[in-house]
Design a binder for this molecule. Structure first.
Ligand code: GH3
Ligand code: MG
Ligand code: MG
Ligand code: MG
Length: 318
């Protein structure tokens, strides 16, 4: 998890919260009044250092900052806000000094989105805040859409489990870690037995229902959060079990097998029972001169699965 993920978004549903940074209390108060009149929530900081600290605790998507402040200046704050990792875009309005025309170019180049002369009428501040809100809202909507698209692309629509692509990614990552730290890791391939018969006998809809129940029951019996359970094919599931030796994986696999066997799934066609066959691949105790790859471990699990099928199904091959 990225460190920024834990920063709460104050403004998730309502208006964006504005952070006002100015060492001059009178200006702080004025901007506060104008912005609150507009229905914005505000937070205030007397300098750039506390502003950055505050942003890490409460992310504000809109920042209005003074330029000249004791300690870090407003333009350095702009640069820091631009290069920092935040949960969303930070829209920065720089308030330029009283009569100075200069500073605007520098402010924009430092990362500001807009600028405001301190002597500008309140109506102008309000208009610029409407621009800020427009941009921030747009960015939030875009980000949510992208996040939901990414979630969709990573998971299987029928069961909600991670899909094959996510499984491969997670397996590779966990495998690398296991090798680096010399830890065991195991993989289970889980295939529903005679599943074609379920479809043939009760129809595809019921088959789908059974697959959903099967997925949920498997997940339920893999209580460790970092165990990955994915749907990698039609009626095929796979689990990555980090920190798990072959023996421990065999115990887990047997638990899953027994749970599926003993759980009747309620469907439109009544309560149905299915069974699964399981194969195990493990990095833990294979004696080989060749460095093992994820493919080797998957191959091994595949051979185990084939053996479970050959020996009559509803079993685990260790
Ligand atoms: P085995 O014990 O040898 O694995 O037999 P099986 O019938 O399970 O294996 P086979 O590979 O012959 O058939 C798999 C069946 O799974 C065929 C297909 O109709 C069904 N299936 C695959 N994906 C889905 C799905 O998304 N929904 C439904 N309802 N059925 C599916
Ligand atoms: Mg100042
Ligand atoms: Mg199959
Ligand atoms: Mg099958």
């Amino acid at each position: 998890m990225k460190p920024t993920d834990s920063i709460p978004l104050l403004s998730s549903a309502s208006r964006p919260t504005i952070l006002i940074v100015d060492d001059d209390e009178a200006i702080q108060d004025l901007v506060n009044i104008y912005t609150q009149e507009q229905g914005f929530q505000t937070r205030s900081c007397p300098n750039a250092e506390t502003a950055l600290e505050d942003m890490r605790k409460f992310f504000c998507p809109i920042v209005i900052t003074d330029v000249q402040m004791p300690g870090m200046g407003g333009l350095s704050l702009c640069r820091k806000l631009r290069t920092g990792k935040w949960p969303g875009y930070v829209y920065i309005i720089v308030m330029t000094g009283h009569d100075q025309e200069d500073g605007v170019v520098e402010a924009l180049d430092a990362g500001a989105d807009d600028y405001l002369h301190k002597g500008a009428p309140p109506a102008e501040l309000r208009a610029r805040l409407r621009v800020a809100e427009r941009i921030v809202t747009l960015e939030q909507r875009l980000r949510r859409t992208l996040e939901s698209k990414a979630r969709q692309a990573a998971s299987d629509a029928l069961t909600g489990l991670p899909n094959r692509r996510t499984f491969d990614r997670r397996l590779n990552a966990e495998f690398k870690r296991a090798r680096r730290f010399g830890e065991p890791i195991s993989v289970l391939l889980i295939d529903a037995d005679h599943f074609k018969q379920v479809n043939d006998q009760y129809g595809h809809h019921v088959g789908d229902e059974v697959l959903r129940r099967l997925a949920a029951t498997l997940r339920e019996h893999l209580p460790r959060e970092y165990d990955v359970l994915a749907r990698i094919g039609g009626e095929e599931f796979a689990a990555v079990l980090p920190h798990t030796s072959r023996d421990d994986a065999a115990t887990v696999a047997e638990r899953l097998r027994a749970a599926i066997e003993s759980t009747p799934f309620a469907t439109a066609a009544g309560k149905l029972r299915v069974t699964v066959s399981i194969g195990i691949g493990s990095l833990s105790n294979r004696v080989s001169m060749e460095p093992q790859t994820t493919l080797d471990v998957l191959d091994e699990a595949d051979r185990g699965l084939y053996e479970s099928k050959r020996l009559g199904r509803n079993q685990v091959t260790v």
